[in-house]
Design a protein around this ligand. Structure first.
Ligand code: DX5
Ligand code: ZN
Length: 217
């Protein structure tokens, strides 16, 4: 059975001076998940926010808080992300040494565990951790910044992962350069969770609902 498509707006493109309010607005506009891009200025050349900010905005929405950790040594603060109210935690395969242990640890804390792959990373290394995974995130841009163009090379990877996953209960998420123009193609390749920053927040709050609808196709 086809999994329903979920839209996860990335708050990276929101107005950070009104972060809580922006989360409330995308919630009302129809967001399924709230995508939180955590950057450490080390794994990626940009810095955003961490557990204290996530905790501060947790009350703005009841939706699923989906944390995408673009950080080296993600294990160090896992407890803090859980305590801040994250329900899903995704780590980068390139930033972990003991992925099997990290995934088990996320799930032991009661969270869904995800693994993200940079555009150059092949999915074969996921083969022996599929039983510990709730989500695979295909980065369709090099992580660090919003507003980049979708790398079409990743469509093939999505198809390969879809085949690898088979009928396991694993979400396939795509992040970076997702727009209303390429969403259908990304879903057809096998993705069921679309992250979008620019495409959701463009035009301001009056457009959020239409922008989210356009991504569903
Ligand atoms: C990039 C982030 C993405 C980004 C998506 O490192 O992980 O979530 O904000 O932004 P757009 O949709 O503008 O490419
Ligand atoms: Zn992201």
């Amino acid at each position: 059975m086809a999994r329903p498509t979920l839209i996860a707006p990335s708050i990276l493109s929101s107005d950070f001076s009104r972060l809580g309010e922006e989360i409330g607005l995308i919630d009302k506009a129809g967001a399924d998940w709230i995508h939180l891009d955590v950057m450490d200025g080390h794994f990626v050349p940009n810095l955003t926010f961490g557990p204290p900010i996530i905790k501060a905005v947790r009350g703005a929405s009841d939706k699923y808080f989906d944390a995408h950790l673009m950080v080296t040594n993600p294990d160090a603060l896992l407890d803090d992300y859980v305590a801040a109210g994250c329900q899903g935690i995704t780590v980068h395969i390139e930033a972990t040494t003991h992925l099997d242990r990290t995934l088990a640890s996320i799930r032991e804390k009661g969270c869904k565990a995800g693994v993200s792959l940079n555009p150059h990373t092949a999915p074969d290394q996921l083969q022996y951790v599929l039983d510990k995974l709730n989500l695979i995130l295909v980065m369709s841009v090099n992580p660090g910044f919003g507003g980049q163009s979708f790398l079409t090379s990743q469509l093939d990877k999505i198809r390969t992962i879809k085949e690898m996953v088979g009928d396991r209960d694993i979400d396939i998420q795509v992040d970076g350069g997702v727009t209303a123009d390429n969403a259908a193609e990304i879903i057809a390749a096998g993705a069921n969770v679309l992250v979008a920053g620019s495409a959701v927040f463009k035009g301001g709050a009056a457009h959020y609902e239409a922008n989210i609808k356009a991504l569903r196709g």
